[in-house]
Design a protein around this ligand. Structure first.
Ligand SMILES: [Zn+2]
Length: 506
């Protein structure tokens, strides 16, 4: 018995000496270590302190890296996401996921998506329209190439069409972002294991249409288009490089089934669900489109697919996820559409943070943007005041809700809209509380934003600063970021990889 007790004391001493050496972890991770309870196998004598968990098992470099890009996501957009989150949580202290990130900086974007994506993918500062190429037309190594060299798995997810500028910078190379045939042709050399998004009409040749009955995930026939030649890279990727294709409606149904069961485990997969850009959130929120959008995978589900598939690799993964339509809705001049896409970004971050919470000592999450869109006007002081307002509480009584918004929040609304949106929720048209209430939250967020002076001033890109928000292992390293091109360079530094930017010699 005494021997067992002695061994136990030695174990306790070992544990506590390890704790002291644990200085490299950032604060967030350290907090979670001390907060996590430890199962103890040996009975503990009452006067002995409980051992803390062993930090020797804690890596100081990340194994799972998420690069999340909100296309066109600036401070005004962020504020709208923070309003929406507070409505939904009914707690003015509980906001958007990014508000809890350990490291929060504002940095220079690139003013346009090809150049912005190239900066984040390669560390190179290019003029507009270059897709991971130098001004001398040389291809650049991407962070995906570096990750592959290190034995990690890689993923690119976007709700745009996959040859759109931002995802393209992680997948292919060209000097002109609209050279879709060339972009498709050169994609077969990409070092990306999991590719998911839209763009059947630009990426998949007609010879493959029979495999998905020519129907996209919105149950519509894919238009016959000359923009993809039959000798595109797609057959090479599928037949020679071993990608399993998930295409159109049939692909989406099979994909969603596996995601729900937690069994999506392909080695390599290319998932192209919609004809072009995936359905906008406000389109899905329209009751007349419920049936049509039944099998449209969400950005969050496509991210979950990447997590299930890529986390099989014991060396970890790096995954880029783009919410592309924050930018696109700003170009449409739709502030309301913008809010819905920002909520979509936050939902996706929620999925990522669930994974993070299961692997807090191994995960790094980076949230940034290629540029801002809309040149939003906003007022930090008014916004700080908003956070002290009385919390919103859901009620099925539209009159009560209107009275609260008018007399407590001082936000103007059309009563008929509130009544209409409350009815959507009462009738449970979509079948989940979140979706059923989305129209109402979206509308109140819009009206509150206007009341707080949050409003776009153009329908174009701007040079406003963009977020570089990070959390998890090594997140503190990103405090030194001044522009988005620093992001892949810092990732290489953290992981001890060869520096970026670097040209690929042919
Ligand atoms: Zn744009």
């Amino acid at each position: 018995m005494r021997k067992i007790f002695l061994i136990f004391i030695i174990i306790v001493l070992l544990f506590s000496s390890c704790t002291n050496s644990n200085t490299k972890l950032d604060n967030a991770a350290t907090e979670q270590i001390t907060a996590e309870p430890t199962p103890v196998a040996t009975p503990v004598p009452t006067d002995t302190p409980e051992p803390t968990p062993s930090p020797t098992a804690v890596p100081t470099v990340p194994k799972y890296i998420f690069i999340v890009i909100g296309d066109g996501f600036g401070r005004g957009a962020m504020m709208m996401g923070e309003i929406y989150a507070r409505l939904k949580s009914e707690d003015m202290q509980v906001g958007a996921e990014w508000e809890n990130f350990a490291q929060q900086s504002w940095v220079d974007g690139r003013g346009e998506s090809a150049s912005g994506g190239t900066a984040i993918a390669t560390g190179y500062v290019s003029p507009a329209s270059f897709i991971s190429q130098t001004t001398e037309y040389q291809d650049l190594y991407t962070i995906m190439d570096r990750a592959k060299e290190a034995g990690m798995s890689t993923g690119v997810v976007s709700n745009a069409f996959l040859l759109d500028a931002t995802p393209a910078t992680f997948l292919t190379h060209d000097d002109w972002r609209l050279n879709f045939d060339d972009l498709a042709e050169r994609m077969y050399t990409c070092n990306v294991d999991y590719i998911a998004g839209g763009g059947l009409m630009r990426l998949v040749p007609k010879s493959y249409y029979s495999s998905f009955n020519s129907t996209d995930c919105r149950k519509r026939l894919v238009r016959d288009t000359a923009s993809v030649s039959n000798d595109s890279s797609f057959p090479i990727m599928v037949e020679e490089l071993g990608y399993v294709p998930y295409l159109g409606l049939a692909g989406a149904q099979s994909f969603l089934e596996q995601i729900d069961a937690g069994t999506f485990s392909e080695e390599k997969a290319i998932c192209v669900f919609s004809e072009s850009t995936m359905a906008y959130e406000t389109h899905k929120m329209d009751p007349k489109n419920i049936e049509e959008c039944e099998f449209v995978p969400s950005l969050s589900e496509m991210t979950e697919g990447g997590i299930q598939m890529l986390s099989q690799n014991e060396n970890g993964f790096i995954m880029m996820i783009e919410e592309a339509s924050i930018d696109k809705r700003s170009h449409n001049g739709s502030q309301s559409g913008n809010i819905a896409q920002i909520r979509n970004l936050n939902d996706t971050l929620k999925t990522i943070m669930e994974f993070y919470n299961e692997h807090p000592y191994e995960t790094l999450v980076i949230l940034t943007a290629d540029h801002e869109t809309g040149e939003y006007r906003y007022d930090e002081e008014k916004f700080a005041e908003f956070k002290t307002w009385a919390p919103f509480t859901w009620t099925d009584n539209a009159d009560e809700m209107i009275a609260f918004l008018d007399s407590v929040w001082g936000v103007e609304v059309y009563g008929s809209k509130i009544t209409n949106y409350v009815n959507y929720a009462v009738d449970s048209l979509w079948g989940t509380v979140e979706e059923d209430r989305a129209n109402l939250y979206n509308y109140i967020t819009l009206q509150a934003s206007l009341e707080l002076g949050i409003k776009p001033t153009t329908e174009y890109h701007s040079w406003q600063l963009v977020p570089c928000y990070t959390t998890g292992v090594s997140s503190g390293e990103f405090a030194k970021t001044t522009g988005i091109q620093d992001i892949p360079i810092i990732i290489c530094e953290i992981l001890g990889w060869e520096a970026l930017p670097e040209v690929i010699e042919n």
